[in-house]
Ligand binder design. Structure first.
Ligand SMILES: [Cu+2]
Length: 169
């Protein structure tokens, strides 16, 4: 019985890991810092991006310098609409565990709890989460010409308009 449960959870784990990486390759891949074609500055406010539209050439590697000028924590996440919707439940979990607060990320708690539940580590190469008045960067290579969104998946933010378009051509 125990073995059976263990085995089925292993299957679920393998399947979810596989489907995650499959959707990742669809949106491109983590870019090589030595092969950056262009730098784009993104400013985050409560609750919107500036600019909220970036046109990208197929195959281009872009370094996004992201700055949070708002009063709340925000995320800059590159993905499809479907990926963002899926990601929102992961964000809710961070709030439920009081890792993600309105204007603060408890990184110590995040590190500690991610040892038990990997998804609480919120470590994704296509996403960055920033506290107010901080900045960071993502280097991303856009390989396919599919329309993507930049989005903040903190509950309530996407719904109130914290999204933008990443259009490849
Ligand atoms: Cu936000």
């Amino acid at each position: 019985m125990y073995i059976k449960i263990l085995f089925s959870s292993l299957i679920i784990f393998l399947f979810s890991t596989f489907s995650y990486s499959a959707s990742m390759s669809m949106i491109g891949e983590k870019g090589d810092p030595n092969k950056i074609d262009r730098t784009v500055n993104i400013k985050m406010y409560d609750n919107y991006y500036e600019p909220n539209l970036v046109k990208i050439k197929k195959g281009e590697t872009i370094k996004f310098i992201v700055e949070n000028l708002g009063e709340m924590v925000h995320e800059y996440n590159i993905g499809t609409k479907e990926m963002h919707i899926k990601h929102q439940s992961e964000m809710q979990k961070l709030i439920d565990h009081e890792i993600l607060l309105v204007d603060k990320i408890d990184r110590v708690k995040m590190k500690k709890m991610s040892k038990m539940d990997h998804s609480l580590g919120h470590s994704h190469s296509n996403s960055i989460m920033l506290e107010p008045k901080t900045s960071g960067e993502i280097i991303w290579k856009f390989s396919k010409d599919i329309n993507l969104e930049m989005a903040c998946n903190i509950p309530g933010h996407y719904e109130s308009g914290m999204l933008g378009k990443l259009i490849t051509y």
